[in-house]
Design a protein around this ligand. Structure first.
Ligand code: NAI
Length: 403
């Protein structure tokens, strides 16, 4: 079949397997040539491993100097009569192919991270492949909902401001349109549900499950990713439902840090840079900011993607350091370049001048769209997008590699 990009609003409906492999190869190439991770972890569990920050962390730790073996948990769709499958599905397979070719263990577990069953399956895999212990647990789940396994109900996250109405713009990546919108404040139930989905509770449940099964190695660390952003986006993010959930995640990092101290380890929330991922394009009102940020940071030579952020996190913050550097709230700050004063002054000017007619000129819309396409395996010069792709054959080949 010939696979072309199909986008509905901000959701990719197709993914190109060969392009997904290309994206992984590019990230591998980057970390192989970057400053290596010294004294890194050898047995890593990544929850939310198939795209964005989680995938980049997995690539950095496997190929960027630590030579880690990994277990990756994700929730992705394989091919079916409904579609070709999600980019994350192919990312998992291609990551595994290249990790195994490099002599590393790479176990993919497709499961709902929120479920008790996923935790049990991972504990078994840790027993089988990691001699029963993990050295690092990364929590990188971004989800729109979480099933409540006690009642059979679901919590849905609602990305909204709290207490005030905020005006913002969505950019439809489907037809490159700027859609001005009014975002109504969240109800108390929506605030609570978003906290359930994106707060720290499930991260804590994972660490507790691993502690209870005696799967935590000496010096084990755990890290989850957060976002704070500049004043400009606070009404939409930090002071809104997602920000509330992130504050909960920060608090969880403190209670987990006490538990990890029993193993001479630690728990951290790492505040990362705003980047285009499957999850972030969903956040109302954030895309104009990301476009402006890309424009300015690329001009200033400070732009980083997920892979640069993760390699820098492991080389300069988490490993081979006397003490993990944290701010006054015990957060690891990876958003230092984003929040640089001069950068923010320029970003703010651009955002304020941006509107439906000029956003493609003022902001880096082209860069943003290109990245979005590449997240789904499109937009790589080296791939012939008019060539037929035989998915069945491709999966057979990848599965054979699996054996
Ligand atoms: P992403 O959408 O690229 O990746 C999310 C991952 O979570 C995928 O591997 C997906 O399969 C997995 N996942 C979703 N639901 C799941 C479930 N029920 N069970 C198992 N796995 C599940 O998202 P991204 O952007 O990498 O986000 C990861 C974390 O980084 C989030 O906590 C996010 O808030 C944070 N972050 C993201 C920033 C950004 O600009 N993209 C900035 C700073 C922090």
């Amino acid at each position: 079949m010939i696979i072309k990009p199909e986008i509905s609003g901000v959701v990719a409906r197709t993914a190109h397997p060969l392009g997904c492999e290309q994206a992984i190869l590019q990230q591998i190439e980057y970390v192989k040539n970057a400053r290596p991770i010294n004294k890194g972890p050898k047995r890593v569990l990544i929850i939310g491993a198939s795209s964005g920050y989680g995938l980049a962390a997995r690539i950095a730790l496997t190929f960027g100097g630590a030579d880690a073996d990994t277990i990756g948990v994700s929730f992705e769709k394989g091919p079916s009569d409904k579609g070709i499958g999600s980019a994350g599905f192919y990312n998992n397979l291609y990551f595994k192919k290249h990790a195994e070719q490099a002599g590393r263990i790479a176990i993919n577990i497709q499961a709902d991270a929120f479920s008790p069953a996923a935790k049990e399956e991972v504990i078994e895999a840790v027993e089988t492949y990691f001699e029963g212990e993990v050295d690092l647990i990364i929590y990188s789940v971004a989800s729109g909902f979480r099933p409540d396994y006690a009642t059979g109900e679901r919590w849905y996250s609602a990305i909204k401001p709290i207490g005030e109405t905020v005006e913002g713009a969505y950019i439809s990546l489907e037809d490159d349109k700027w859609l001005q919108s009014i975002i109504e404040p969240a109800s108390d139930a929506e605030i609570e549900a978003t906290l359930k989905v994106m707060g720290g509770e499930d991260w804590e449940a994972w660490v507790d499950a691993l502690i209870n099964s005696e799967s935590i190695a000496e010096n084990c660390q755990t890290v989850a990713f957060s976002y704070i952003g500049p004043e400009l986006t606070h009404a939409l993010y930090l002071d809104g439902t997602l920000g509330r959930a992130k504050v909960d995640l920060h608090q969880t990092s403190h209670s987990l840090n006490l538990k990890m101290a029993n193993f001479n380890g630690g728990a951290y929330a790492a505040v990362c840079k705003a980047l285009v991922t499957k999850a972030s394009v969903f956040i109302p009102g954030i895309t104009p900011y990301i476009m402006a940020l890309y424009q300015v940071m690329k001009q200033q030579g400070t732009h980083e993607n997920c892979i640069e952020q993760m390699q820098r996190l492991f080389t300069t913050k988490l490993y081979d350091v006397a003490k993990v550097p944290v701010d006054g709230e015990r957060l690891v700050r990876m958003d230092d370049l984003e929040l640089n004063q001069d950068t923010q002054a320029k970003v703010s000017q651009l955002v304020n001048a941006m509107n439906a007619t000029n956003f493609t000129e003022l902001g880096d819309y082209r860069g943003l769209k290109q990245e979005f396409l590449q997240l789904n395996g499109f937009g790589f010069a080296s791939i012939d997008y008019n060539a037929d792709v035989n998915i069945d054959q491709l999966l057979r080949e990848l599965e054979q590699l699996d054996d």
